[in-house]
Write a protein that binds this ligand. Structure first.
Ligand code: FAD
Length: 282
């Protein structure tokens, strides 16, 4: 199993982070050996929902490669390894005239990260088309399907900790051209909504009941706030633009200040949707 000591900033979508030992599992046997050796570790997908301290990680990071990157078609089902890119799954499905995932196009996720977070957009979530999934936990492999799959807003169906191995999506037949047109239409909408912006994050905070977090942030006067190189996106108040030499540390500071302001002004404690990994603060 390959292990490297690298800066996570160089391999994560949000390009934050510091040094860490990264283990690449390419087969279930390698994954098993890894989990027998380490009891505390991080599973890293495409790094689009994690902001990692510039101090790096003390625990090892596990990434999935090799067998876990395969994408297979079986009738109307698409079976994808957790390490595969969601965009590749959508592309392959569209080419085969299979629809059902296009609302998620533009989300820069791996399959594992998307299933873990129950990624969603435009009124649908990945769990809507999830037929079954395989995951690994405490030395055992599990497969859940149908009614056993319970997911909710940005909370996927696997217990923590677990490593998602593979997922099967049940799709529908549709003309390939229509699927591609829909993907183009949604990509334009994403740009409009501020979710495709240079160095932009996804949503920093979960939406509390009754009001989008972005609206609350605007109402509390934080839309133009910044900390160091990180600022609130001019297009969407629940998105940060990450720049500068220590983006994770600046993002953590900005997130904490906004959270304090919103709590003070509206009595709502915003929970983060993006995950902060590593050591932050003084
Ligand atoms: C520009 C942009 C737009 C975005 N738009 C959306 C959107 O529209 N909708 C939305 O829902 N999200 C959106 N996001 C957020 C993000 O893309 C999703 O949360 C995505 O699901 C994260 O996938 P990832 O592979 O990058 O996971 P990572 O960021 O690497 O990890 C996220 C979490 O998933 C866990 N994880 C990853 N792989 C596995 C695995 N194999 N087994 C177990 N756990 C695993 C990690 O441990 C971590 O807890 C956006 C992000 C960006 C930067």
């Amino acid at each position: 199993m390959e292990v490297s000591f690298i800066n996570l900033r160089d391999i994560t979508y949000l390009a934050s982070g510091g040094p860490a030992h990264v283990w690449q599992a390419t087969t279930v046997a390698e994954l098993k050996a890894f989990t027998e050796q380490f009891h505390t570790f991080r599973v890293l997908g495409n790094g689009s929902n994690v902001i990692i301290s510039s101090a790096g990680l003390t625990e090892p990071a596990l990434m999935l490669d090799g067998d876990f990157k395969k994408i297979k078609l079986k009738g109307n089902d698409v079976i994808a390894g957790a390490g595969a890119g969601l965009k590749d799954v959508i592309k392959k499905s569209a080419a085969a005239g299979l629809c059902g995932l296009e609302n998620l196009s533009g989300i820069p996720a791996s399959v594992g990260g998307a299933v873990f977070k129950n990624a969603g957009a435009f009124g649908s979530a990945i769990s809507d088309v999830l037929k079954w999934l395989r995951f690994y936990r405490s030395g055992r492999e599990y497969r859940i399907s149908g009614g056993m799959i319970k997911a909710s807003y940005r909370t996927g169906p696997v217990p923590i900790p677990a490593v998602i191995l593979e997922a099967c999506f049940s799709l529908r037949k549709k003309a390939g051209k229509k699927i591609i047109d829909r993907i183009k239409e949604l990509t334009a909408k994403r740009k409009e909504k501020g979710f495709i912006y240079k160095n932009g994050s996804g949503c920093i905070f979960r939406n509390p009941a009754g009001i989008p977090a972005g609206k609350l942030i605007e109402q509390c006067g934080c839309s133009r706030w910044r900390a160091g190189g990180v600022s609130v996106s001019p297009l969407h108040a629940n998105v940060f633009v990450l720049r500068g030499g220590r983006p994770a540390d600046d993002a953590y500071e900005l997130m904490s200040r906004i959270r304090a302001r919103v709590y003070e002004a509206q009595g709502v404690y915003l929970e983060t949707l993006v995950e902060f990994w590593g050591r932050f603060g003084k």
